[in-house]
Design a protein around this ligand. Structure first.
Ligand SMILES: *Cc1c(COP(=O)(O)O)cnc(C)c1O
Length: 401
């Protein structure tokens, strides 16, 4: 069987809407790009975005900052992480997560992943008991939510401080509660490949006034914390403002201006991602050698990427499979590769962390493949690319037979 090659680009996002471009142009014309550079009586774009994001998310407070990674390290510091402390986190995640822990002075303790690509709850419980960790940075990697009820039982029983990494779950829910509303603080990314796009950027949300006051001071607020949207009462800053170092990482008005209109489109885009996800899922569930993660009933996900496993595949076959797909225009990422490529890396290539034995993770990653689903792909594009992936899987089986 010969297939038409796929010619769409896996890294092509949709253009920024006219309304966002108009808002950006207005900021540029004003010359007031810095968040604290406001005219008399003006509320900056960044402060307005914070108010709107807090309302959308359903959190008391929100801080807009320079990146998701900055949000993660700042949230840890604002929650009181001290240098050298252990932080429980997912073994299956992307490099900004261990990077943020190390940046905040912490040492990651990696917890195994399951076949459904969520954190292993038994291993979490065991490592919460055996380690000295007070902190738990839970990465909702590739948008897969672990059973949040059980997570919260462990967090409560072990007295952990939970920071959620919602880089892939902006807009997702567990049992009708938004991802990001479970932890002491949560972090989001507005980097181009996430659910809203300002090139770079991030948010921290929290209901804790002290944590948020420290985060705002850390972000470099020059004592102008009263000019924030969704921030705690100024009285909360009275001692925090003198005790917290300034580690600049502010969002600017240009990025905020292009994010505000995108927030209004997010709900619609979640539906568009999920239509695409389900097209791909339907086709790839038919491939007998594939294991497609089961999405729990209580999870409302955002299908901005797709994963499947080929359990037991050899490294050579995995490389061949990636090459075959690539020859037909489908860019598959393989998490089992020994060398990090682009956004895929694994715990063995994070050599700034202590090497840890994670046999279950190694086994899952060895057969784990991933694609991005940009919204520039039509539903027909999704059927087409899924057909190519299925075809390459058959070729692999035929070769083995
Ligand atoms: C993108 C991402 C982040 C944050 O990344 P930035 O590029 O710093 O905004 C955090 N965690 C995961 C899993 C990510 O994919």
């Amino acid at each position: 069987m010969s297939l038409t090659p796929f010619t769409e680009n896996f890294t092509q996002q949709e253009s920024i809407s006219d309304s966002a471009i108009a808002a950006a142009t207005e900021v540029l014309r004003s010359g007031r790009l810095h968040r604290y550079n406001t005219a008399d009586g003006e509320v900056s774009q960044t402060a307005q975005l914070e108010t709107e994001y807090a309302a959308w998310q359903g959190s008391k407070y929100c801080l807009a900052c320079t990146s998701g990674g900055y949000a993660l390290s700042t949230a840890l510091k604002a929650a009181g992480l001290e240098s050298g402390e252990q932080v429980l986190t997912n073994s299956f995640t992307l490099a900004p997560v261990p990077g943020a822990i190390v940046n905040a002075g912490g040492e990651p303790v990696f917890v195994e992943v399951t076949n459904n690509l969520v954190i292993d709850l038994d291993d979490l419980e065991a490592k919460a008991q055996s380690s000295d960790a007070r902190f738990f940075m839970l990465s909702h990697m590739r948008g897969h939510l672990a059973d949040m009820n059980k997570i919260m039982d462990i967090v409560t029983a072990q007295n952990l401080i939970l920071i959620e990494d919602c880089a892939h779950t902006m807009g997702a829910l567990w049992d009708s509660k938004r991802s990001g509303n479970f932890g002491h603080a949560s972090c989001f990314s507005t980097q181009t490949y996430k659910h809203v796009n300002s090139g770079e950027g991030g948010f921290i949300t929290s209901d804790s006034p002290e944590l948020m006051a420290r985060a705002i001071m850390l972000s470099g607020s020059y004592m102008l914390y009263e000019r924030h949207g969704a921030s705690p009462d100024p009285s909360v800053f009275s001692t925090i403002r003198l005790q917290t170092p300034n580690c600049s990482g502010r969002m600017d008005n240009l990025r905020a201006a292009i994010l505000r209109p995108q927030l209004a489109e997010l709900e619609l885009n979640v539906r568009r991602w999920n239509e695409r996800y389900r097209k791909i899922e339907k086709r790839l569930r038919e491939v007998s050698s594939f294991q497609v993660p089961v999405r729990p009933q209580k999870e409302t996900y955002v299908g901005s990427s797709f994963q499947f496993l080929i359990p037991g595949i050899s490294d050579d076959d995995a490389r061949q499979f990636v090459q075959d797909n690539k020859a037909l225009g489908v860019e598959l990422k393989w998490f089992g590769d020994h060398e990090p490529h682009g956004y895929t890396s694994n715990h063995r290539s994070w050599q700034y962390t202590n090497l840890q034995s994670l046999p279950q993770t190694d086994e899952v990653l060895a057969g784990l493949f991933d694609i991005r689903i940009p919204l520039t792909f039509s539903l027909q594009n999704c059927e087409h690319l899924a057909g190519i992936i299925a075809h390459c899987a058959e070729s692999l089986l035929n070769k083995a037979a």
